[in-house]
Design a protein around this ligand. Structure first.
Ligand code: NOJ
Length: 573
């Protein structure tokens, strides 16, 4: 059992500025009981692996009780563990065992919405109940017959369903679910809702957790139209338009105060679709006591041609690096960045931003990591990224399990989009790519389970797996270990000022990090062709030493495909 005195690690002020976080999607991480679904005991069994990698923090995607409409992002009991994943005792043990290894644990916090099976929502279905106002209930639109097609309060779609409104025959009204009918939105305007959430968070803090990753937290303050009961015309891309509402900062500051987030030095990261640099500056300014950092979506929305992620577009390197540079500049003074390429909602980094062909997979995974981990902020590694896991061969609709992909396929094909085009979009952006099981070894189910995995293992696990990567010092895994160590050891990596160089270069991602007299130069060839180093446009390289490179040597004037180098420049005299 957890013995807090012995196993709770200290949390110095702003400790998360030097930390590297590892995201676990528990369902796909490690199964311990043969039911084909990853679980908490499976995570405990892999803690030594995570300690060997060297990460400081684990973020657990939701393991609470849930009907699993959206794989746990629909919670029916915030204070219990879903039996799929284990028990509260298992969670306590995971926490204690992680702490014993000096690793902290951050929980996912999903409080923009609950499950429709949560007791709060069940009670709210009764129009006379004190909880009616905990959710958004609205009558049919004027002139509409409640429950009839087209009578929803407005025309807004949900993210994973045709309408954001679901009819409830018992009360003759509709409730709002911005994601899906199984995920009704909580009404944060009601102070009792907020206090109930804070009480639950304090309960977890008392249990010893080290922070929260806050799901779509910038959606909690809804636009005025919604809170005053009027119809709301969000149009396309509706998610974005309910974001960053008028009371967001007020709610976040209140949460921080009431839960003691800063007082306990907890890590707080808010997932914020549609958040601009200005919003992030406000939210992460330490003087305002809201959150430590946010997950921006700007860089993962660049390879789309419209508000919809399914409308694919090419992503030239200058656009990607320019966007990250803007965030570096925007949060350079006050505030702090989170750094990520992928997570359980995004395609695999090496398949999306790198080159996952057998020839270039290893070097492109390494070089992408070099670039990200040398930016200023807190880097996040998504399970499997540390040894270069790729997208899965998902080629027909029967290969997909995710509610988002299935909904998109149904709506798009019904709307006349050609099946091949829909499948092309799904193959590029579907969330199931990130959710295939972690490939631990080359055995039948990749060491993930002795049963039948809930989602098929990527067949490339025979070549790409953690076991072979750990045996090879030159592997992607070894490179991640070195990058993590570098961040721990090197103050310039943690705190140095960022400056982008060669912003228009189509192949090279080049930048410096400077702290006092010390300057690191990162040169990364983000292409599958060799690239000349344009020395005349760079700081003087004489006497520069290679801190870490993907290839041996380092004095040459050209970079091999997907080669990168971190150089320490001679101080100018
Ligand atoms: C963001 C989560 O990361 C995603 O997986 C989920 O579907 C939505 N929020 C709704 O909770």
């Amino acid at each position: 059992m957890n013995s807090p005195v012995e196993s709770t690690p200290s949390r110095p002020d702003q400790w998360w500025r030097s930390a590297v976080v590892y995201q676990i999607y528990p369902r796909s991480f490690q199964d311990s009981n043969g039911d084909g679904i990853g679980d908490l005991r499976g995570i405990i069994d892999r803690l030594d692996y995570l300690a060997e990698l060297g990460v400081d923090v684990l973020w657990l995607s939701p393991v609470y009780r849930s009907p699993q409409v959206d794989n746990g992002y629909d919670i029916s009991d915030y204070r219990d563990i879903d039996p799929l994943f284990g028990t509260l005792a298992d969670l306590d043990e995971l926490l204690a065992q992680a702490h014993r290894r000096g690793i902290k644990l951050v929980m996912d916090l999903v409080v923009n919405h609950t499950s429709d099976q949560h007791p709060w929502f069940i009670e709210s279905r009764d129009p006379g109940s004190a909880k009616r106002d905990w959710y958004f209930w609205r009558p049919a639109r004027p002139g509409g017959t409640a429950g009839a097609p087209g009578a929803e309060p407005d025309d807004n779609p949900a993210a994973f369903a045709p309408s954001a409104w679901t009819y409830d025959p018992t009360s003759g009204e509709y409730y709002l679910g911005i994601f899906s009918p199984g995920q009704p939105d909580l009404n944060w305007e009601n102070p009792d809702v907020r206090q109930a959430v804070y009480a639950m968070m304090r309960w977890w803090v008392d249990r010893g957790v080290d922070g929260f990753r806050m799901d779509v937290i910038n959606l909690i303050s809804k636009p005025a139209e919604l809170t005053t009961g009027n119809p709301l015309d969000l149009g396309q891309g509706s998610l974005r338009r309910v974001a960053n509402g008028p009371r967001l900062d007020e709610f976040l500051a209140e949460m921080n105060r009431e839960v003691g987030l800063d007082e306990h030095n907890l890590l707080t990261v808010g997932e914020m679709p549609g958040a601009t640099i200005e919003v992030a500056q406000r939210v992460t300014d330490p003087a305002r006591h809201e959150l430590n950092m946010v997950f921006t979506f700007e860089h993962v929305n660049l390879d789309q041609s419209s508000w919809s992620k399914w409308d694919l577009a090419d992503l030239p390197l200058p656009v990607l690096k320019g966007n990250l540079a803007q965030w570096q500049e925007g949060l350079a003074e006050a505030g702090w960045n989170s750094l990520y390429y992928d997570n359980h909602d995004q395609p695999r980094a090496v398949s999306r931003f790198g080159d996952d062909s057998p020839e270039h997979r290893v070097n492109s995974a390494k070089t992408l990591a070099t670039v990200l981990h040398l930016h200023k902020g807190t880097p996040y590694i998504y399970q499997g990224e540390e040894f270069g896991m790729t997208n899965a061969p998902l080629t027909e609709i029967g290969h997909y399990l995710d509610v988002e992909s299935l909904n998109y396929h149904a709506l798009a094909t019904a709307g006349g989009v050609a099946e091949e085009q829909v499948l092309r979009s799904l193959a590029a952006k579907g969330r199931d790519h990130a959710r295939t099981p972690v490939q631990w070894d080359d055995t039948d189910h990749a060491g993930f389970t002795t049963g039948t995995p809930w989602i098929p293992v990527n067949p490339n696990h025979r070549e790409i797996n953690a076991q072979s990567a750990r045996r090879d010092p030159d592997s992607v895994f070894g490179h991640f270990q070195r990058l993590i160590r570098l961040r721990h050891d090197d103050q310039t990596v943690r705190e140095g000022r960022f400056q982008l160089l060669l912003p228009d270069h189509q192949q090279l991602w080049a930048f410096t990090r400077t702290l006092g007299d010390d300057t690191l130069l990162v040169l990364a060839n983000c292409s599958s062709a060799p690239a000349e180093i344009p020395s005349e446009q760079l700081p003087a390289l004489d006497g520069a030493g290679v801190v870490l490179g993907t290839h041996p040597g380092g004095g040459e004037s050209r970079l091999a495909p997907w080669e990168s180098r971190i150089l320490r420049l001679q101080p100018s005299s």
